[in-house]
Ligand binder design. Sequence first.
Ligand code: NI
Length: 224
Amino acid sequence: MIVCIGDVLTPDELSKITTMVEVAEFVDGKTTAGWHASLVKHNTQLPKDAPELDNIRKLISAALQRNRLFQMAVRPKRIHPMLISRYQTGMAYGVHTDDALMNSQQQLMRSDVSFTLFLNSPEEYQGGELVIDSTQGEQPYKLEAGAMIVYPSSTLHWVETVTSGVRLAAVSWVQSLIRDPQEREILFDLDTARQALFKQQGKTREFDLLSKTHANLLRKWVEV
Ligand code: NI
């Protein structure tokens, strides 16, 4: 399941982040890629010890925490510390798949869901689409500033060459409470349907039954 979520960050949060990013020093992005992905990764990112990084991560983490659609679609158990990446003209990230196992603050985690949160406007650069190879073919994504895309970490994906301007994004990986993508989608659909039903008709018997089924499937599939 690929989900695009708009307005994850407010204009105020976006401008705080871009102000911090403008004065920051970026380093070669290869340092945080797996050995095969590093062969095709041509971008820059904020180094681990960048003074701005903590504040940016805190702002984005809080935004993800309050975003109901993100919580419902991803069911995060653990989120890898975000990377802030910058692609200048000529930079790209070729075809790769994300590592299945990652080290997150001295703990191993499994990557189930990857996300890209766009930090600047698509009008500010040419190219730079995130392309995901899905069963529907190769789908390009280039979202508004403050919007994000969540997609299965199991896919092949890449970032097209930026042919002018600068592309700024936050990327990370999530271990989900629901490991199986199909199960995650079933829960997401049921949750969406029962909330819509509640809005239309309030707390009916049908709503209660859907809520019971949702809770019982969650109980069956959750990994805590
Ligand atoms: Ni990737």
